[in-house]
Design a protein around this ligand. Structure first.
Ligand code: ADP
Ligand code: MG
Length: 344
């Protein structure tokens, strides 16, 4: 396929190429891309939630193994995940990019194809952004806007003693998926070998490369009239997120090892790297599942919500935050979460 240099079409030409076919779908989007600002309007009984993420090439993503289309999808999905973590419904996103001359128009169109797919999947409108150049590499900033019924936003600070601790999906997969990609990148860069082995790793690779925001869980909770007392999305590992909730709510927790959901493929791949599946679930990052607490009275309603598990309960702060192992040992939870600021 022929490749077009960015300099050939200029900034305005590029914006036009990238942002066509993004017609707004939500009632709250009065006007999308094309003016100095987008215009939004929300019903009076809603509160508005806003979140931003900044992603930097070489720090948050590696284009050696992350295709641009997947990166576009993931950039939107992780912001939608933050909106979901407030028990809110995502409505709009803006996407700003800084790119160096090594990127072609066609490559950026791939990135926007991923954004388009995510916008469709989560029913959000791309309503603006900014486009500029960088000295090296790519930077992506996505802002997402959502709405939630007044008083129903789920904060990190709302967990109460005796609440149930719940988690959606399964954990650790994205982390072991990353280990596979890093291993194959190493083999490729060290030996130039073309025999990259990615077969048999479908689930964990998909968990790393194409994470999904759990909007479906937010919708299912609402349909069963369950309002979480607190909620957070799992981007840095279960341990780190549990401690955020406990600290901000002024409580402790007991979480049972045997209840923590780990996929069989995640277990197998963890074994290949001599890692304990529990460690991957507790300290691995980027699963983008939801961790939340609900009042004990919601126990029966919760049983009807698919793909959600009760993993423990909230207790008094004086009891601390602990994992209860299969051997019935009590291990204090420490935050060793995946952290972009730490050396990896
Ligand atoms: P301004 O000079 O006000 O920054 P621009 O010419 O940069 O305006 O942008 C024109 C329109 O295109 C605006 O609606 C802006 O939000 C949108 N836009 C610019 N860059 C992007 C992008 N990378 N993704 C989505 N929308 C964009
Ligand atoms: Mg601009």
């Amino acid at each position: 396929m022929s490749q077009t240099e960015l300099s050939e079409i200029g900034e305005f030409g590029l914006i036009e190429r990238l942002t066509r076919d993004f017609d707004p779908k939500n009632d709250s989007t009065i006007q999308g891309i094309g003016d100095d600002c987008a215009i939004l309007s929300f019903p009076a009984d809603k509160e508005i939630v806003v979140t931003t993420d900044l992603l930097v090439e070489g720090i948050h993503f590696d284009l050696v193994y992350c295709p641009l289309k997947h990166l576009g999808y993931k950039s939107v999905a992780v912001n939608v995940s933050d909106i979901c973590a407030m028990n809110a419904t995502p409505r709009q996103v803006t996407v700003s990019i800084a790119v160096s001359a090594k990127f072609t128009v066609e490559a950026l169109e791939q990135f926007y194809e991923g954004i388009r797919l995510a916008c469709r999947a989560y029913n959000v409108d791309l309503v603006g952004g900014d486009t500029t150049s960088s000295m090296t590499g790519m930077m992506i900033s996505v802002t997402a806007i959502g709405e939630v019924e007044k008083g129903k936003a789920a904060k990190r600070s709302g967990a109460k003693v005796n609440d149930l601790v719940c988690v959606s999906g399964d954990l650790g997969g994205a982390y072991v998926g990353l280990q596979i990609l890093e291993r194959e990148k190493y083999v490729f860069t060290q030996t130039g070998s073309q025999s990259i082995k990615l077969e048999g790793y479908d689930y964990v690779l998909q968990r790393q490369l194409k994470p999904e925001a759990r909007l479906d869980v937010v919708q299912k909770l609402a349909s069963h009239s369950i309002v979480p007392t607190s909620m957070i999305d799992i981007s840095d590992g279960l341990s780190s997120e549990l401690l955020h909730i406990c600290k901000q709510s002024g409580v402790g927790c007991k979480v049972y090892e045997e209840k923590i959901p780990v996929n069989v493929e995640t277990e197998r791949v963890a074994g290949e790297f001599n890692l304990l599946p529990l460690t991957c679930a507790l300290n691995g990052g980027e699963d983008y599942e939801l961790l939340f607490t609900v009042d004990l009275n919601s126990y029966h309603k919760l049983a009807m919500v698919a793909d959600v598990r009760i993993i423990g309960n909230i207790c008094d702060a004086s009891e601390g935050s602990n994992i209860i192992t299969r051997q019935n040992e009590r291990i204090p939870i420490v935050a060793q979460g995946w952290n972009a600021m730490k050396d990896k």
